[in-house]
Design a binder for this molecule. Sequence first.
Ligand code: SF4
Length: 267
Amino acid sequence: MLRIVENFYTLQGEGPNIGKPSYFIRLRYCFMKCHFCDSKYTWSNTNNDSDIILLTAEDIINYCSNIKYEYEGCTDIVITGGEPLFQENHTDLEIMCNCFKDKNITFETTMLFDFDNFLVSNWLQNMGIIRNKCKLYNNNSYIFSISPKFDIKSYDNINSQYNSLDIENIFKFYSLREKINKNIGDYFYFKIVFEYKMKEKIEYFLDNYVYHENREYIYLMPETIIPFNKDSGQDILNRECAEFCKKKKVNYSPRLHVDLWGLKRGV
Ligand code: SF4
């Protein structure tokens, strides 16, 4: 069963595909509690399923057919959340992916989709399994847009099960190292929210866990929840983020959808 909170046709607002017409499918649930989350409605009040779309395996096929018919020519499907990989059953996700043959599919994920596999040595392997299963049927590309969270408070729920989790473990978890391209999608990138108070942690992570040649896969986005205007003070943080990106040789990503629509849903 897939639980879909909303779906909509829009422009990708972040990262390397910014501005690209894309169809977004937003799934229910996330076990993190990031204070900057712009989709809290996917994980708060999760006992109430009254306003979401519930899809059985058969429903998924019809649902995807309708999207393909209505948005013919749209080449990109973005599966987001919440945490889109935190589903009861990954088979449902595979069914959805297999319906979108000839499309590029982007998963926007923390990668922390399975508590029991929250082990540094297993996570890439698990991701590779999902990707390879989907690849058995499709020729499309799989992109993993991975959002590391460096605020330890975001891990409160996980920490209740994994007492030893600390920031160094988290850095290790997200470490690229030599495994990156072999095991996960056809393309991946890291999308990191840039806040003043996280600056030192992000710098430490980049300096100690990311090979220099992999900097091209890193995108920093200034934290923002309101559209840009000259009185918001946002320009100061934007410039701080831009200077940091220049210094660390990583990419800067605006948040196009926030600039265009603020926190409005479904656009
Ligand atoms: S991981 Fe993403 S969806 Fe989950 S709470 Fe954090 S920002 Fe929100």
